[in-house]
Design a binder for this molecule. Structure first.
Ligand SMILES: O=C(O)CCC(=O)C(=O)O
Ligand SMILES: [Fe+2]
Length: 332
């Protein structure tokens, strides 16, 4: 383990013994109370799954603008599957000036798929959910693209399940505590493309504005392009998240803060513009925004409350929460 506000944690000892699991759980609890951000190695995701996904991502964003535009997310899709080039995550913040944020959209393009967009997607939803949540994924006509993305998505599903098991241990819960709350998860896998900045962005405009993530946890692949990810520490300073080859960045989202009664923090972060002398370099990142099953009720976990620590948040269904966030960031 490498110490720091965003420490590096090796997961390879997970499941090797009860003692190893206990130690990993204790470290994770400490980090999630402090920054809510860690870098993981020893995660077991096959190298080829990552490199195939990265190659497919670069090929997609290199397509002519008119080809990407054919996959533009349908306005009625609440999860924006397909290609996106407008909007600001910062508009979803609690105190955001939504119209102002939307006038300064993130300087990025995105491409999104969701498990609900696969052929059996509708079976994963409760009867009262918006049927548009099962809008089919949109695939570019690039050889190998859909296979690479489906393979990477499956690898992330496994890893997210492994991390949620460690989270349960970290919270003194049975190791399978989260299982029936994530077995029909509705996770967006989003590729972020940050183009070269021939013209400087407008004052105040960022590659990705200040925001917290919305779900249970995010598993982020990032490349080493300049103009990268920063997290805010307790003093308000912005710290660079290190790039470590073969690693993923993992961070807590809002729903995990609600679940844990704020024992764990959903820390705000942003993606800065590259310095002008490196402005001709692009960057790619691919977050897997793990989102519990639509009808998982996110309410204070029993081990996170006590006589002096009453529940602080109203309970909310996972699906209702994310649909509300999307509509605030991108809707209307
Ligand atoms: O590009 C990155 O490194 C992070 C992007 C991010 O925070 C997001 O998409 O939520
Ligand atoms: Fe984020």
């Amino acid at each position: 383990m490498v110490e720091g506000y965003v420490p590096v944690i090796d997961l390879s000892s997970a499941r090797s013994s009860a003692e190893a699991d206990r130690r990993l759980g204790a470290v994770i609890d400490e980090v999630c109370r402090t920054s809510g951000f860690l870098v993981i190695v020893g995660h077991g995701v096959p190298r080829d799954a990552i490199s195939d996904m990265y190659r497919a991502t670069r090929e997609f964003f290199a397509l002519p603008a008119e080809d990407k535009a054919k996959l533009l997310a349908a306005p009625e899709d609440p999860l924006m599957r397909g290609f996106g080039r407008k909007g600001s995550l910062a508009a979803s913040n609690r105190d955001a000036e939504v119209e102002h944020e939307r006038k300064l959209p993130d300087v990025s393009e995105t491409f999104t798929i969701n498990r609900l967009g696969e052929p059996d997607g509708a079976d994963r939803l409760p009867a009262d959910a918006d049927p548009a949540l099962a809008t089919p994924n949109q695939w570019p006509e690039l050889p190998g693209f859909a296979e690479a993305y489906r393979g990477y998505y499956a690898a992330m599903e496994t890893l997210a399940g492994d991390i949620m098991r460690l989270f349960a241990l970290a919270l003194d819960l049975p190791e399978d505590w989260f299982e029936d709350k994530i077995d029909r998860h509705m996770t967006n896998l989003t590729a972020n493309y940050y183009p070269r900045q021939i013209e400087p962005p407008a004052p105040g405009q960022l590659r990705k504005g200040v925001h917290s993530d919305w779900g249970s946890l995010t598993i982020l692949y990032q490349d080493d392009g300049p103009g990268g990810l920063q997290v805010q520490d307790k003093n308000g300073e912005w710290l660079d998240v290190p790039y470590i080859e073969g690693s993923f960045v993992v961070n807590i989202g809002d729903l995990m803060a609600i679940w844990t009664n704020n024992r764990w923090v959903s820390t705000v972060h942003r993606v800065v513009n590259p310095p002008r002398e490196l402005a001709d370099m692009e960057r790619y990142s691919v977050p897997f925004f793990h989102q519990p099953s639509y009808d998982a009720l996110i309410e204070c976990i029993p081990t996170c409350t006590g006589p002096d620590n009453p529940p602080r948040h109203a309970s909310v269904r996972s699906g209702d929460y994310i649909v509300g966030k999307f509509s605030r960031a991108y809707g209307g």
